[in-house]
Design a protein. Structure first.
Length: 85
């Protein structure tokens, strides 16, 4: 598996939408590739921050514009890091 494949599969990985074989290949690559491991951990932190923000707020509250802009910017930056690799 190559880095560009890992980048495409990460969201499906977090959503449990890949096969067991794809998961095995992805995890094998993550173990040996520091760049992809860093991307995985970055996405995990982003997802965790989003989940925590919704837990901390009342269920009917909307996240602030600044929060939304920051998250979208970080996700775009992580995605852009993987382009063309």
């Amino acid at each position: 598996m190559e880095c560009h494949e890992v980048y495409r599969w990460l969201q499906a990985y977090f959503d449990d939408e890949i096969t067991a074989e794809e998961e095995r290949q992805l995890e094998k690559h993550i173990r040996v590739c520091p760049k992809c491991r860093k991307k995985l951990f970055g996405l995990q932190r982003t997802i965790s921050a989003i989940e925590k923000s919704f837990i901390a707020d009342k269920p009917d509250d909307e996240p602030s514009d600044a929060f939304t802009t920051g998250v979208l910017s970080r996700v775009k930056g992580l995605a852009d890091d993987g382009e063309g690799k």
